[in-house]
Design a protein around this ligand. Structure first.
Ligand SMILES: Cc1ncc(COP(=O)(O)O)c(C=O)c1O
Length: 398
């Protein structure tokens, strides 16, 4: 599945760049576009974005534009935003300060910078599966090697220190933990995180804690447990505004880490983009300081989750109820042997194709997340769309 990108220099000399797989979700979007253009109604359960009225974003004043937005800003990010992160995050790591935050162009860049530091060529990184689509391509780019550690439905898609211990190699530098998880919707409890932290401490390993869905949590308190609440000694936290704050297009994320990681990450940032763009950072600060917003989005997303999970169960599919994030991850093995829209279902890739062709239902195959036999169905779109998609799913699989 890997595409070998190459540039040709002079006559015939070919310089291979990195082996980076094309985006699966990008391919699905192209298919959807073609079907929509042909007049087919599409139910967008493939979406990885929250459709919600984002927090009020006020226009900057002329003084802010002249003094704050026009000139280069601080390499770590605007001080006001970093202060807002410390004040509003809830669990901010003890001992770290505003100077241990690097604001990035989306959480994606934060993950990449962390891996660039933690996973140079020769290093192994443990990546529990199902996993977000971009960790493996990013490791291809940094030169590190992904060691995938599978966790199935019977384990609620969560790994344990025992499973990590079985996978660890002498070259392992770090483990990636994504909670709440994309695509599983699983959330590690504080005790589970603590057990992983204790194991990582004993092994001297780093934990890359991707907490981009932290505030989309349906359990007590509304924010999922963070690695910052454990005794982990070496960790990097990734967070941002794309999901809970429905501000994906502003591209604001951040990295929280001690200087040994933040320093090199800041150097890469400063030699590539100098810093994240100023205006989105101002918008981000205002969004974070709007304390009325998060409870509203959580309430709404819980309704969407309940509607989709109930439709998935009524359609006869087996699905663990997600405790956070914006995704369900049902098993579709019960569909093998059936045919929809002229497509025989033999695996998750054909199941995704068949649902699209036979019902206009867009999904992402589990293989993209290292977990074949499942589909990711998201509830980020509005309730009316989720309800209609759920009805369509039941009708299509009847
Ligand atoms: C687990 C996970 N981490 C990071 C990101 C990147 O977030 P952003 O859009 O802020 O770059 C995503 C986006 O889908 C994600 O699902």
């Amino acid at each position: 599945m890997c595409a070998e990108w190459a540039i040709t220099v002079g006559m015939t000399i070919t310089v291979p760049a990195k082996r980076v797989p094309p985006s699966v979700t990008g391919g699905i979007r192209d298919r959807i576009k073609a079907l929509s253009a042909a007049g087919q109604a599409i139910y967008r359960l493939d979406a990885g974005e929250v459709d919600f009225t984002s927090p009020d974003v006020r226009t900057p004043s002329p003084t802010e534009i002249a003094d704050l937005l026009n000139p280069y800003g601080p390499p770590l990010g605007l001080a006001g935003l970093r202060e807002a992160i410390v004040q509003t995050r809830g669990a901010f790591p003890a001992g770290l300060t505003v100077d241990d935050i690097l604001v990035t162009n989306g959480a994606k860049q934060a993950v990449y910078l962390a891996l660039a530091v933690l996973a140079p060529p020769g290093a192994d990184v443990l990546v529990p599966a199902p996993h977000w689509v971009s960790y493996l391509p990013m490791l291809e780019m940094t030169g590190g090697r992904a060691v995938v550690v599978p966790a199935d439905r019977s384990q609620s898609f969560k790994v344990t220190p025992e499973a990590l211990e079985r996978a660890v190699t002498p070259s392992t530098t770090a483990v990636v933990i994504n909670t709440p998880g994309n695509p599983s919707g699983s959330v590690y409890t504080r005790d589970e995180l603590e057990a992983i932290a204790t194991w990582a401490n004993e092994r001297g390993l780093w934990i890359l804690s991707d907490e981009i869905y932290r505030h989309i949590y349906f359990g007590e308190g509304g924010s999922a447990p963070s690695i910052a609440e454990t005794t982990a000694e070496r960790f990097v936290i990734v967070d941002g505004l794309s999901k809970a704050y429905a501000l994906a297009g502003w591209r604001v994320g951040w990295l929280i880490a001690e200087k040994s990681v933040l320093g090199p990450a800041k150097s890469v940032m400063s030699h590539t983009t100098s810093h994240a763009s100023n205006y989105p950072q101002l918008v981000a600060e205002r969004a974070l300081r709007d304390s009325t917003y998060l409870p509203l989005v959580r309430h709404e997303l819980r309704e969407r989750r309940d509607a989709l999970v109930s439709a998935i169960h009524n359609a006869g599919l087996d699905c663990v109820e997600p405790q956070g994030s914006i995704y369900t991850f049902p098993s579709i093995e019960s569909l093998y042997g059936r045919s929809l829209g002229g497509i025989d279902i033999v695996d998750d890739l054909s199941a995704s194709e068949a649902l699209l062709a036979g019902g206009g239902i867009a999904s992402v195959p589990g293989s993209a997340f290292g977990a074949p036999g499942h589909l990711r169905l998201g509830y980020g779109r509005n309730l009316a769309e989720i309800t209609a998609a759920g009805e369509r799913l039941i009708e299509t699989l009847r």
